[in-house]
Ligand binder design. Structure first.
Ligand code: FES
Length: 119
């Protein structure tokens, strides 16, 4: 009997790697679960990175503003996300709201940079 019945749930866990540059240009390699319906803002908070997520992920505050620096294809921004980015500072073509980036397998290896806060 060398079959181990334990930890099947753990073995099924899907993790991806995310490279994050913080506002001091410091590189962080993050392990991100794709089976917990988590978004990028929540992941940053879990790692205690300086992302406030003031509105709780409702696309209403832009405190999770970031830049996607790799070629990964993301779903287009919703109208709410576009509206919020219109009011944010330091917006670039690759700007997104971290709370609207759902962690999923196709984002393995994505590179993201936190946008300045304007303070
Ligand atoms: S957490 Fe508020 S817009 Fe993303």
């Amino acid at each position: 009997m060398d079959e181990s019945p334990i930890c099947t749930a753990h073995q099924q866990k899907k993790m991806i790697k995310i490279t994050l540059y913080d506002r001091d240009n410091k590189k962080h390699l993050l392990d991100a679960p794709t089976d917990m319906t988590m978004n990028f803002m929540e992941l940053c908070k879990a790692y205690e990175l300086p992302v406030e997520g003031t509105c709780g992920g409702m696309a209403l505050c832009a405190s999770c503003h970031c830049y996607v620096e790799s070629d990964h294809e993301l779903p287009p921004a919703s109208e709410d996300e576009e509206d919020m980015l219109d009011q944010a500072f330091f917006v670039e073509d690759n700007s997104r709201l971290g709370c609207q980036i759902k962690l999923k397998e196709s984002l393995d290896g994505i590179v993201i940079r936190l946008a300045p806060t304007g303070e």
